[in-house]
Structures are given as C-alpha cells and as structure tokens.
Design a protein around this ligand. Structure first.
Ligand code: SF4
Length: 227
C-alpha cells in the first residue's frame, strides 16, 4: 500500500463529478494494478455457481467450499441432477444454503435444457436464470467472457460509491446506472474490482481508515466518517 499516487493537475474540489471519478479510477488502477476476481473457478459455470454462493458471504469462505463442490459436481450437467440434500450440505457454510443450492440446481437445469449446457454470454439470457440478478450476471460476463455489460455493485461498491459522493441512491440497480453514466464502458469492471479491494483494505464498513486513504482528497466523506 506504499505506492505513490498520480497527482491531479487541479485541486480536487474544483473537479466535476466526472473528472473526480476518472481521477479515482486512475488512482485505484495504480494502487491495485493486479486486481483480479477473488473467486476460484475454472469454467463459466463454476464462476456462476461461486458468484451465487458469494451472496451474503465472503469470497474467502466461498473458496473454501468450492474445491469439494466442483470435485463432486464439476459442470452444469452434474449439478442439474445432483442430490439436493448433498448439494445443500456442500454449500452449507456459505449461509442461506437451501436457497443457494436450489437456485444453483435450477440455474444449471435451465443452462442444460435451454442453453446447450453453456452459460449464456448475454445479459437478458443470464437474467432468466434462477438466482441470477444483475450483480451475478455482470461478474460472469466480465470475468468469464470479457464483456463489460454493466458495473458490478456489491456491498463494497455500494458503500464506497456512496461515500465518494458518486451516487445518492440506495438501490444497487440505480447505483449501477449512475456509475455507468460516469465511467467509460471499458472500465466498468475495473472500477468494481478495484473498489472492492479498496473497501477490504481501507474503506471498511465500520471503520474507514481515512487517514491512510489515498482517495481522501477526492472524497467528500473523508475524515468525517472516521469513528
Ligand atoms: S476518505 Fe475515508 S470514506 Fe473516503 S474513500 Fe477513503 S476511507 Fe473511504
């Protein structure tokens, strides 16, 4: 975290919201040059499953569960016919396991029946899958297919985008829309993945470390959020 940041040419307060978001993006890329999706997976189906499991759960916990899960059920075909109780037990520690197991199986059945066993690479089809909303669809499209179809808004992206004064909306879909208007499309996933890193490292939910934050001069919350 000792990396030097790129300095803005004008004072941060004089920047428009759009200029500010682009400067934040530059700094995030500099701070987290190698940011990647933290979930472990080998195929688009496995990424879809891991992302469904990551709801209300840490990626670290999901990564502890998926090796045994994918060893037993490696693809959509095997997940589609898995014994539901066995599937529930394999994902139990990620929380909300009954619902997650049910959605994973239903999504895999649809992938097998309607999409030739291949996870679709378009937003409308992905959103047809049980348990898949825009957040999951964005992660799959970005990391499995390299398609920037939207901005992934998870709990970190929501919190930091609000603290950074880039949205006043509480609803993830509207936050995503606000961010899509501010950011270049090629950077939609760059934004999310790096903001998640910053949320984990510095701008934590309960105790943001504003004094150590390299975005502090661009952040209207700044030290006022410090407890
Ligand atoms: S200055 Fe504080 S509130 Fe703003 S992004 Fe940094 S840690 Fe978060």
């Amino acid at each position: 975290m000792g990396t030097k940041i790129v300095s803005v040419s004008t004072t941060p307060k004089s920047l428009s919201k759009k200029q500010r978001v682009l400067e934040i993006l530059v700094r995030l890329k500099h701070l987290y040059p190698d940011a990647v999706c933290s979930l472990n997976y080998s195929t688009p189906v496995q990424l879809l499953v891991a992302t469904i499991l990551s709801a209300q759960c840490t990626d670290e916990r999901v990564n502890k569960v998926t090796p045994a899960l994918f060893a037993r059920f490696p693809d959509a075909a095997s997940l589609a016919i898995a014994d539901l109780v066995e599937l529930e037990n394999l994902v139990r520690s990620t929380g909300f396991y009954r619902n997650k197991a049910k959605n994973i199986q239903a999504a895999c059945r649809m992938i097998v029946a309607e999409f030739d066993s291949v996870v679709p690479n378009q937003m409308p089809q992905l959103l047809q899958l049980p348990g898949v909303a825009r957040k999951t669809a964005n992660v799959v499209l970005a990391h499995a297919y390299g398609i920037n179809a939207g901005v992934t808004v998870d709990t970190h992206v929501k919190r930091l985008s609000q603290r950074l004064g880039l949205t006043e909306n509480p609803d993830p879909t509207r936050i995503e829309k606000d961010l899509m208007e501010l950011l270049p499309q090629t950077d939609w996933e760059n934004w999310s993945i790096r903001l998640i890193y910053h949320g984990r490292a510095i701008c934590k939910a309960r105790s943001p470390n504003c004094e150590a934050c390299q975005l502090a001069d661009l952040c209207p919350s700044g030290l006022s959020t410090q407890k």
